[in-house]
Design a protein around this ligand. Structure first.
Ligand SMILES: [Ca+2]
Ligand SMILES: [Ca+2]
Ligand SMILES: [Ca+2]
Length: 195
């Protein structure tokens, strides 16, 4: 009993014992480090249930781990990134509902989630990244304000380095480079310049 109590005390004081009080890992990423960088909400060559994806950019100068980060759209349950998902400094990770590159249009997915948890609206939606109840980034698009097109991802202009920098439609444009089967975007790679 003494040993058990000691083990609990160590857990509470921050020792990593390999177990956790909750099912989700504690997030370590903090506001200002990551933002939504590219979103494919309306793939043309494959069904959106397989071919949607989004890119998260690390704008800090050190690697971050997205474990424990929660991602929501505006009307579905959302999900918690359940395991380690490292993002190098200045680099990106790609999340989508299908990691099968033959089904998803040829995207290399770093983290797959259930399509029932997040569905990216073709006419508009809001993505929210949060950790520990704190918002890390939100990005809202609306087809009445943004230029959108089936088969083209919305990409953030290179150089935007703050979570509020992607709030303006002026910071976004349609991707023009082809990936995988031929839809347009740069999943996992640097975004093209916006004219
Ligand atoms: Ca969609
Ligand atoms: Ca934002
Ligand atoms: Ca990209």
């Amino acid at each position: 009993m003494t040993l058990l109590l000691l083990a609990c005390a160590q857990t509470d004081s921050g020792f990593d014992t390999g177990t956790a009080d909750t099912a989700s890992p504690a997030a370590t990423v903090i506001p200002g480090e990551v933002l939504v960088n590219e979103v494919m909400f309306d793939p043309s060559l494959v069904d959106g249930d397989f071919g949607e994806w989004l890119e998260i950019l690390n704008v800090s100068d050190a690697e971050v781990d997205l474990a424990g980060v929660i991602l929501h759209d505006d009307d579905n349950a959302g999900f918690v990134i359940a395991g380690s998902l490292p993002v190098p400094a200045g680099g990106v990770v790609v999340l989508g509902p299908s990691a099968d590159s033959t089904a998803n249009g040829g995207v290399q997915i770093d983290y797959a989630y259930s399509i029932d948890a997040v569905k990216l609206g073709n006419q508009g939606d809001t993505l929210t990244l949060s950790a520990g109840g704190v918002a890390l980034d939100t990005f809202t698009w609306d087809a009445t304000v943004f230029t959108v097109a089936e088969g083209s991802a919305l990409q953030l202009s290179p150089g935007v380095d703050a979570p509020d920098g992607n709030d303006s439609p002026d910071a976004w444009c349609l991707a023009t480079a082809a990936y995988g089967s031929g839809d347009l975007g740069s999943p996992g790679g640097a975004n093209g310049a916006c004219e």
